[in-house]
Ligand binder design. Structure first.
Ligand SMILES: Cc1cc2nc3c(=O)[nH]c(=O)nc-3n(C[C@H](O)[C@H](O)[C@H](O)COP(=O)(O)O)c2cc1C
Length: 141
């Protein structure tokens, strides 16, 4: 059974909704999932998991959230080995630059990022919600 850790930061709930939808897709397969906000995330969750899925909205100026997610990502950079890494998050007015930079950064740590991440404009409604479920479904295939 694949072990999956989903760790995210969300200020107004959009990225949290994405986390739950991605988890819904994953739950269609037989997987063991640990899902939590980054404030409760631990390096042991990363070491335990076969697949690590991290979520942050676009914040600051096209960056991941800086107070909690940024230090967490920095702290796990040597624990990724060749794990499959999924990235997701919500944005508003940008063009997804934060996600392109985040993918590049995780690849520089040796991670294999699945499908260039999964991004949604504001809340994951309709087709955007289905896209999140599908990302979860496919990452564990
Ligand atoms: C302080 C702050 C900075 C933001 N910076 C960006 C940005 O650079 N680019 C962008 O597209 N959206 C930006 N946003 C919009 C958020 O990414 C968007 O509202 C997102 O849906 C928030 O996700 P959440 O509900 O998970 O917190 C910013 C929002 C805030 C509050």
């Amino acid at each position: 059974m694949k072990k999956v850790a989903i760790i995210y930061w969300s200020g107004t709930g959009n990225t949290e909704e994405m986390a739950n939808l991605i988890n819904k897709g994953i739950e269609e397969k037989e997987c063991e999932v640990r899902i939590c906000p980054v404030s409760q995330g631990k390096i042991e969750d990363i070491d335990w998991a076969d697949i690590v899925i991290l979520g942050s909205p676009s914040m600051g100026s096209e960056t991941i959230e800086e107070d909690e997610m940024e230090p967490f990502v920095e702290s796990i950079k040597n624990n990724l080995g060749d794990k499959v890494v999924g990235l997701f998050g919500s944005y508003d007015w940008g063009d997804g630059e934060w996600m392109r930079n985040w993918v590049e950064r995780m690849e520089s740590y040796g991670a294999k990022v699945f499908d260039e991440g999964c991004i949604v404009n504001l809340a994951p409604e309709g087709d955007q919600g289905s896209k999140c479920i599908d990302y979860g479904r496919r990452i564990v295939e």
